[in-house]
Every structure is written in structure tokens, then in C-alpha cells.
Ligand binder design. Sequence first.
Ligand code: B4P
Length: 191
Amino acid sequence: MYIVFIGPPGVGKGTQSRRLARHFAIPHLSTGELLRAACAPGANRDPQVSQHLAQGRLVSDQVVNEIVNRRLADDDCSRGCLFDGYPRTKVQARVLDELLAARSQKLDLVLELRADEDELIRRLQQRASTEKRTDDSPETIRHRLRIYREETAPLIEFYQHSGQLQTVEGVGTQDEVFDRIAMCLPAKQRS
Ligand code: B4P
């Protein structure tokens, strides 16, 4: 299965997509994590990437697509993987289709997670107090939400047209949200 998770910052993409990846025993491919790893001490750092992350801006399509292309070439992705936070722009969505087609694969499912902005801000501020992520400051959170509305939300329509989209309410306990996600899966793959 190749599955995309789409949703605003703080909606629970990371939380739920890790869990779904375990359910299917497929790799969890988070571009946010890959980019943070690329900026960690000791990595071959690109100063522009670190700056974009800290400011809550999208990293360039070229850099992100290249990272995904490299990761998809690994053997463990040959039977499927879960894309968390990728694609985030229409260019990335088109490139993902091409990368999969080049491997004779295609997307099986796009899951959109939804929650209202007050809830998103509350979660991210709570995370800021425990995880110390540089992009969870109030100003950066507002900026990331705006970028989501402008750049990423249009993808929802894009995937609606392709018939691959399922929308899930992201509010409730993590178990409740996961149960809703499971209901979007083909019946034989739910348990
Ligand atoms: P990401 O790492 O994807 O960060 P995110 O959007 O905040 O989502 P995350 O997965 O961390 O949070 P989640 O909603 O799970 O991206 C970070 C940055 O990387 C971007 O701003 C951008 O700069 C760059 N980037 C990444 N991908 C890119 C791309 N494709 N192109 C360009 N740039 C890219 O969870 C948030 C919090 O909510 C957690 O603390 C969690 O515990 C909590 N939570 C989860 N479920 C909950 C629930 N049901 N109830 C209450 N709290 C819950």
C-alpha cells in the first residue's frame, strides 16, 4: 500500500501515520523528520533548509522531491510506504505520481485529517513546551497554518478529483481517530 497523509500542522499526521505504518508493516516516510535529520549536527547541512524549517516555510520542491526519490529507492519501500507530510504542493503531488509510476506503482489512498485551528494551535503550543521544536513558536505556528491553507489545502481538491481521498475528523482520543482511519481502509485490511 502507498498511502499519503495530508493535513495541517498539529492535526496528528505524525501520530496516526506512524501507527498506520506499523499496522501495515511498511516504512513511515516523514519529510519533516527527514529534513530535520538533514539539519542535525554532524549531517551535511544545507543552511537554507535549516532556515526554512525554523521559519515554518516550505523547503523547495526540488530538495524535498530529491529526498523522497532517494528514500523510495530503498528496498524496504518496494511494497509500499506511508508518506507523512508529503506531498505539500501540487508540484510535489505530480512528482510523486511520476516517482511511483517509474516503479510501476501508484497511490492507493490519500487520507486527509481535519481539525479546527484553535485545536491545532493548542496542540502545537503544548508540544512546544515538551519537545522544543524550533518551529512551534506562536508566530511560526500561525505562519505554518497560513502556508497550509495557501499551498497544501488545494491538494485536497486535486485528490478529490482523482477519487483517492478520504477525510477523517482528527479530534478525539488518538484511538478514536485511528478507528476512524481504519474504517477508510478496504474491509480485509482493517484488522
Ligand atoms: P512536519 O514534521 O510534517 O510537521 P507538522 O506539520 O507540524 O506535523 P507533525 O507530524 O509534526 O505533527 P502532528 O500533526 O502529528 O513538518 C515540519 C516542517 O518541515 C514544515 O513546516 C516544513 O518547513 C518542512 N516540510 C516537511 N515536509 C515538507 C514538504 N513536503 N515540502 C516542503 N517542506 C516540508 O502532531 C502535533 C501534536 O499533536 C503532537 O504533539 C501530538 O502528540 C498531538 N496529537 C496528535 N494527535 C492528537 C489527538 N488526537 N489529540 C490531542 N493531541 C494530539
